[in-house]
Design a protein around this ligand. Structure first.
Ligand code: NCD
Length: 368
């Protein structure tokens, strides 16, 4: 059984199959209207969502399946103190596949360890959001007809923006890409994601000015400042409204640049950009349904391209191989291991010999 917890959990060839299937589904949605008859998707959302949860539900319903779930932690037994491990243990009896969103980093991985059904990470804290990445990739593919040799500008909250972390990981697997990372100093992308991209051969340039850099980009990926991740509201106030894309700024961009945004937007993109042909964000949100249909089919073994191998030969789980269980605490206080008493921190060495927490990928200085 396979889970989809981070972008590396599909090999490049599997990813290509899923994206092609998503494209076919977009063209011939009705053809798939019975593919999930008799199957149930559980959506376990411990954090707010509009597009992700509804597009998962729409995906399953459009394939003749059924859905159940909850849309906030308050309406689940998490409010009574139940652990993720306990919650997920029963879900296998209630559904055939599940999508989980959780504020704690690594919660979907924890769920995957105890689940008897495929688990999909629908966003875990500031860590990863790999199905948004599928949505982003299929949109880029639609606009540019390729995923390589692109200059991609990521703009806004690159520190807490989980969609950015996942998309950087995914796009760094293709050759010839360059990342232009545009953010306030306080919201720079975590070093580990930049290093991983560079090691994969993707140059990263960090800067703070959108207008100065927009002219060189093939893709501009705008993001919302993730207010809910700030511990100190004053720090949010200092950076809110840092970047606002307007029709005037778009005049400096290439005629075939595409503007993406995972949505919701607050004020990062002025509405005068919406009618620009280069605005791809609403098309991107629609693509989320098709590509999630493709992912569900792949994980259930119902895709026309056949079953996924039971365990991928190529790197999964960010290349982490579990090596060291430790009494040491993960230093990331938003990691599942620090919130749930029954979850021991587990550290593993990456390819460079550095230790990282397997749940949230935070480097562990304690063990280095
Ligand atoms: C994103 C998320 O939840 O991380 N939204 C989404 O899933 N489309 C981005 C965001 O909330 O800013």
């Amino acid at each position: 059984m396979r889970h989809y917890l981070n972008p590396y959990d599909l090999t490049p060839s599997e990813l290509s199959n899923v994206l092609s299937l998503g494209q076919d589904i977009a063209q011939n949605t009705d053809k798939y209207s019975n593919f999930c008859a008799g199957k149930i998707l559980a959506t376990l959302f411990f954090e707010p969502s509009t597009r992700t949860r509804l597009s998962f539900e729409s995906a399953m319903l459009r394939m003749g399946g059924k859905v159940l779930g909850f849309s906030s932690a308050d309406s689940s037994s998490a409010a009574k103190g139940e652990s993720v491990a306990d919650t997920i243990r029963m879900i296998g009896g209630y559904a055939d596949i599940c999508a989980i969103r959780h504020p704690l980093e690594g919660a979907p991985m924890r769920a995957g360890m105890f689940a008897s059904i495929p688990v999909i990470n629908a966003g875990d804290g500031a860590h990863q959001h790999p199905t948004q990445t599928l949505t982003d990739l299929i949109t880029i593919l639609g606009r540019k007809k390729r995923l390589d040799n692109l200059k991609i500008g990521f703009c806004g909250d690159l520190k807490y923006g989980r969609t950015v972390h996942s998309l950087m990981a995914a796009l760094s697997r293709y050759s010839g890409n360059t990342f232009v990372l545009i953010s306030p100093q306080q919201l720079r992308a975590p070093v580990r994601y930049i290093e991983a991209a560079q090691e994969a051969g993707t140059p990263c340039v960090e800067c703070t000015d959108l207008e100065e850099n927009i002219g060189q980009l093939d893709i501009l990926y705008m993001t919302r400042i993730q207010k809910e991740r700030f511990v100190d509201v004053k720090k949010y106030e200092q950076v809110k409204g840092s970047y606002i894309l307007t029709a005037e700024k778009m005049e400096k961009a290439k005629p075939d640049m595409a503007v993406l945004h995972p949505l919701p937007r607050v004020n990062e993109i002025a509405i005068d950009v919406d009618n620009d042909d280069r605005a791809a964000y609403f098309e991107q949100a629609q693509n989320g349904v098709y590509v999630r249909m493709a992912l569900i089919l792949a994980l259930l073994g119902l895709a026309p391209f056949g079953k996924l191998a039971s365990k991928s030969d190529e790197k999964t789980n960010s290349g982490i191989n579990v090596e060291t269980e430790s009494k040491a605490k993960c230093q990331n206080r938003h990691c599942i291991t620090n919130a749930e008493a029954d979850t021991n921190a587990v550290f593993a060495r990456d390819d460079n010999g550095a230790y990282k927490c397997i749940y949230c990928e935070n480097p562990s200085e304690a063990l280095v």
